[in-house]
Every structure is written in C-alpha cells, then in structure tokens.
Design a protein around this ligand. Structure first.
Ligand code: KG4
Ligand code: ZN
Length: 343
C-alpha cells in the first residue's frame, strides 16, 4: 500500500512516500523531503502563522513531485494520502488538510488524518534499531512535553506533561534571551558545549514532585537574572547556556526514570525536536547503561517535523483497521487534540 504523508502543523513542510507492508513483509520508507521555513520566520523571532500557511501552500506541490521522482513512483499509484490533522497552527493544518483531501478526492483514495504527536512517538519504529511494544515515550517538541505509556499502536496513556512551557519552547525562549536567533534550540545546545559545568546552578523545576509533570517557564526568568548580573562576555553566556541545558536535561532524565519505574517498563523512546539534543541523548544513554533500560531514538533527520512519521502512523492504522470508507469528504482540523483520543 503506497501512502503519501503530508506534515504542515507548524513551520516545516514535510512530504514522504511510505510503502506499507503486510504480515510477511515489513513496510519501508521510499522517500521523504522537508522544507524548513526557519529562515522565513527568523526575522520575527518566532513562527508567523499566516506566513507559515502560505509557505506550506507554495511548497507542497514541488515537494510531492520531488518525493515521487526520487522513489520512481507515479501519483496514480498512491493508495492513501495521510496528513497531520492536529495539534498545531490552525491555518497551517488547514493548508495540509485541504491539500491532502483535494489530492485524495482527485485520486479516489482515502485521506487519513494523523495526530502529530502520534507521528513523533512512532517515528523510532522507522529506525534500524526499533523498539518493541510496550514502551514509555518522552515527547519533547516545540509545543509539547509529555510522557506517554504506549501499549501498542493507537493505545496511548498520558502519564504526565508540562504545566506551562514545552521543553523546546524553553530552549527557544532562552536562546532568544541569549541572542541566538530562531529556532534557537540547536544553537543553544552548541553554545552550552563550551560552557563550564557547575559554574552556575539553575533550579530543577518539579524534579522531586510526586508526579510525572513538568514546568519549564520559570527557567527563563532565572536565565535572565544570570545574564543581567553577569554581563555579555562570551564565556559567561556559554556558562549560562550550560546551566540551562543541564537543568532541563536533569529534569527530563529524572522524570523518564520515574515513568519507567512507575510503569515497570524498561524501554524508553525519545522523540520530537528536542530529542535531537546531544546533551539529552548522552545523559539518557548514560542513565540507561547504569540502570539497565534501553533507549530508542528516531533517525536524526526524523527527529524534527517530517512527513515520514505521518505516512508511517497512517500505514500502521490502515494495517490495524483496514481502509476506511470516506463517504462525505468533509474534514476538520484540531489545533488542540488530546493524544489519547487519536486514532
Ligand atoms: O518536533 P519539532 O520539530 O516541532 C514541533 O512539533 O514543535 O520540534 C522543534 C523544537 C524547537 O523548539 C527546537 O528549538 C527544538 O525542537 N530543537 C532542539 C534541538 N533541535 C531542535 N532543542 C535542543 N537541542 C536541539 N539539538
Ligand atoms: Zn513536532
């Protein structure tokens, strides 16, 4: 079953072609392409929703042509069109949903709406070293920070989540304070590498709370105070970046350990943009070796938003539920959408 995946929930236009397998044959990713709008939004210090929607519309057709050409496949061979139905920016979601439904209608194939975070949490299954079910997923993106117990595809139990800023949002806002541009996560991570460990110590919000929730919004105030007190010297900025990254990583690792203990599981999946973070991966790998659990990550290119995870989540759903009969062709998008109610 040949599935086109379309991702437009925020500021990346992602398109992919996935061939679903059967009981005897695993599926495979044939091609994927992402257009990042980072440069478009950079001057504004964050995503401008209207610009994002328009850019998605401009990029979708060329990206679809590109993935079809690189896989040597034809539009007429598509058997389903999967798209991100939420959560995300409403205009950006509508751009992808309208495109996917239009194409699916023209081809006479179903359009399948996918939950963006379901895509992220299943993406490590596309890696060479894939986890078995059940597992705990740490979802850390620009909009979400969640711990989820994943019993099987489509069976998700939310264990905890952020009460305010998402981890990626905290990275981006702190990077902004440090003048690192948008999105600042990767740049902040690089700056932290030259910081002195232990030079400053920031609070570890909620690390000892008796739940699996997070809170990151206070950290940026702590960073601001350090920056005001210490001036603009490059080493000082690096030391502050280091203190921030160490605080976030410590909290994320501690809550992952707590989630594994609470569920009695020994498999952890890490997905979403912040899952690309080097310090987080090193700390989790160290902790896993010490405590005897396994950690699984998506391939680096599939950590941030992409169409492959959307096509793949749809392939698993179709394998599970069969092809839906899509009579009305009406569609909605869900800017806010609880993961447990996906699928
Ligand atoms: O999953 P994603 O691409 O988009 C959302 O669904 O939000 O995540 C984007 C977020 C941004 O906040 C970005 O700064 C952060 O992931 N990010 C990183 C790194 N790479 C991306 N944060 C820290 N370190 C990184 N290496
Ligand atoms: Zn995402």
């Amino acid at each position: 079953m040949l599935i086109l995946g379309v991702e437009t929930s925020c500021d990346e236009t992602g398109v992919a072609l996935y061939e679903g397998g059967g009981p005897a044959r695993p599926g495979r990713l044939l091609a994927h392409a992402v257009h990042s709008q980072a440069a478009l939004h950079e001057p504004y210090g964050g995503v401008v929703p209207e610009l994002a929607s328009r850019e998605h519309l401009r990029r979708l057709v060329p990206l679809v042509r590109r993935v079809l050409a690189s896989a040597g496949r034809d539009l007429a061979e598509l058997q389903a069109v999967a798209y991100t139905q939420g959560p995300g920016l409403v205009g950006a979601l509508l751009a992808g949903a309208a495109f996917a439904h239009g194409l699916a209608f023209a081809l006479g194939v179903p359009a399948i709406g996918v939950h963006h975070m379901e895509g992220h949490l299943l993406s490590p299954l596309l890696a060479a070293r894939a986890p078995e079910f059940p597992f705990v997923a740490l979802l850390v993106s620009g909009g979400h920070t969640q711990l989820v117990r994943v019993a099987a595809p489509g069976e998700y139990e939310l264990l905890g989540e952020t009460l305010d800023d998402a981890a990626g949002e905290a990275f981006d806002k702190t990077a902004q304070l440090l003048g690192l541009g948008y999105p600042g996560g990767p740049a902040l991570s690089r700056l932290a590498e030259s910081g002195t460990p232990g030079r400053y110590r920031l609070p570890r919000p909620m690390i000892a709370s008796d739940d699996l929730d997070f809170s990151f919004s206070g950290l940026k105030t702590a960073v601001l105070q350090l920056l005001r007190a210490g001036g603009d010297a490059p080493q000082h900025r690096a030391d502050v970046a280091r203190a921030f990254v160490d605080a976030v990583v410590d909290v994320l690792v501690a809550k992952c350990v707590a989630a594994l203990e609470r569920t009695g599981l020994a498999r952890l999946v890490v997905a979403g943009g912040v899952g690309a973070n080097r310090q987080l991966r090193e700390a989790l790998d160290r902790c896993a070796a010490q405590r005897g659990f396994d950690v699984f990550y998506p391939e680096p290119a599939l950590c941030t938003d992409n169409g492959a995870m959307i096509a793949f989540a749809a392939a698993l759903r179709l394998a599970r539920e069969g092809t839906p009969r899509d009579a009305t062709r009406a569609f909605s998008v869900y800017p806010r959408w609880a993961l447990e109610r996906a699928g």
